[in-house]
Design a binder for this molecule. Structure first.
Ligand SMILES: Cc1cc2nc3c(=O)[nH]c(=O)nc-3n(C[C@H](O)[C@H](O)[C@H](O)COP(=O)(O)O)c2cc1C
Length: 241
């Protein structure tokens, strides 16, 4: 084989490798978190299925609260809040706490923890409902960065932790190809999960506020979100002042 032919073959191989890795990391594989590495796993306490407050009282008392005391939030509390948002409530069919169009479950839930969460190191975690764990993928207190990205809203960095909900529109479109319909379904589902967070917080004596104002691109970049996820909602969680 002459030099020219060899060169053409080498170029073709390089192009092939480039295109396949671009495809692999593009988010087409739904369980691939870009280049994100899991650096620790935390088992969460089992959720409690009884509480001290009626649904009616929780609905009546619920308010958006933006100031928090210094009291720590416990891992029990974190587990309960996550469960209310996306926990598995029917193991036979893997159904979750919030309803989902076509049982697609396109939401992902993250915890951004500061130093005031007992049983959790400062960092960013992803909730894994199927085995009730948190997977840590970033180290350190990133509440300040999140606050800056959320138009500087100070309660984001003042709360002991923030919950972030993202939605995977493509996952919904795999079942419902109409893009507008799918995006609407995912957004509506985030609302369901969000209201559960509000009511569960109320029942635990905690408070929160739903935040929709933030720079979506900056958030995705800073928190290394997979390209097929859109950040939808932030919930600072703490004890009332
Ligand atoms: C979609 C949506 C986005 C919101 N975004 C923010 C926000 O970015 N910052 C904030 O402080 N409150 C935000 N809120 C909370 C509202 O300000 C709050 O619900 C409203 O003032 C009514 O008060 P209540 O929740 O105590 O009944 C948002 C609420 C919703 C439903």
């Amino acid at each position: 084989m002459d030099r020219k032919k060899k060169l053409v073959i080498i170029c073709l191989i390089i192009i092939f490798i480039g295109v396949s890795s671009a495809y692999y990391f593009s988010g087409s594989n739904k369980t691939t978190y870009n280049n994100r590495q899991v650096i620790g796993t935390v088992s969460l306490p089992a959720p409690q299925l009884t509480g001290n407050l009626s649904v009616e009282a929780a609905i009546e008392n619920r308010r958006s609260v933006r100031h928090y005391s210094n009291e720590s939030v416990t891992l029990d509390n974190v587990s309960q809040i996550l469960w209310s948002a996306q926990g598995i409530t029917n193991t036979q069919y893997q159904l979750r706490a919030a309803p989902s169009a076509g049982q697609v479950y396109p939401l992902e839930v993250y915890v951004i923890a500061g130093p005031n969460v007992s049983g959790l190191k400062e960092g960013v975690y992803q909730y894994e409902p199927s085995n009730n764990t948190l997977e840590m993928f970033m180290n350190g207190d990133l509440r300040g960065d999140l606050s800056t990205i959320a138009d500087g809203q100070p309660w984001v960095k003042q709360a002991p932790l923030d919950i972030l909900i993202t939605g995977n529109d493509q996952k919904m479109m795999d079942k419902y190809p109409d893009k507008d319909l799918s995006i609407r379904f995912v957004d509506l589902e985030a609302g369901h999960a969000g209201e559960n967070i509000y009511l569960q917080a109320e029942s635990l004596g905690l408070v929160t506020v739903s935040l929709g104002s933030f720079d979506s691109n900056q958030l995705s970049q800073k928190f290394e979100l997979p390209s097929n996820e859109t950040p939808l909602y932030i919930f600072p969680i703490g004890h009332p002042q």
